[in-house]
Design a protein around this ligand. Sequence first.
Ligand code: ATP
Length: 318
Amino acid sequence: MTEAWRPDDEDEQRRRGASGPVKVRVPAKVNLHLGVGPLRRDGYHELNTVYHAISIYDELTARRGDTLALTMEGEGAGELALDDTNLVIRAAHALAGYAGVVPHARLHLRKQIPLAGGLAGGSADAAAALVACDALWGTGLSRDELAGIAADLGSDVPFLIHGGTALGTGRGEAVSPVLARPTSWHWVVAVADGGLSTPAAYRELDRLRDAGTAGEPLGSTDGLLGALRQRDPRVLAAALGNDLQDAALSMRPALADTLKAGEAAGALAGIVSGSGPTCVFLAADEAHAGRIAAELEAAEVCREARVAHGPVAGARIV
Ligand code: ATP
């Protein structure tokens, strides 16, 4: 806890905070390895994952205001509720409660990360709100303190504060950076029409496992971490894996066509991102990624194919 302010001491808050707008850019994530362990007593699954932040961004601008209000444009506009259920508003309240400040701000979200796409867009927005409001209100928390608040908002939120490539354990909220020599990996991100519910994907995986029809669980992240160190996209391609992929394919069989089309277009590997339905493909380099994206769009197996690179930084003021 930082030093307490009286919640009604707005003058002091204004003196400490930013007077102009604060703009924060936050990336989407993919899981290079998503190992799903058993269901825990608290309803979460034990995860063993390698997160990777990619260059598809949402942008949150925070300005001073007399209430807490959110507007948005882009992916999901008109569909996503802007009330207290939105992760941006929940994050602002969580930070204000922690720091003992008045949660007043005008927030505007420019969304490019597809909704319910398996790219952790909502978690990204929560991370952006923590970083933006921390600067706007002058609460001055460290990244680790912000990540602590983030963990209560969602399993992926702490990673999106940090970004890069990182190991996630527990329900995904315990994050430690993967230290590798700087290498840029090139991705094609096939955005699907409509989303998939993450809880439904976990339930489907449990059902497939009970029925004995799920694939072998991935297990340790050692292979993936070793592949990252070799800096060869062909080696990384062979190490990618996602235990939720069977569940996503069972709920959305058409994703098999997307994965096949990526392979036919020459991708080194393709996997479902998180709980889907977004599929991501690894390319040898940027030009290769561009060619795969064009072929995927021509094959009409996705709403849109975007190129991206990673790792990139987490939520940052721009
Ligand atoms: P994950 O990969 O973390 O499982 P996802 O990418 O599949 O998530 P999100 O876009 O993060 O899915 O959103 C999941 C749900 O969270 C949405 O359907 C919506 O109900 C809720 N939500 C709340 N706030 C937001 C937000 N700012 N952006 C997106 N979704 C939000």
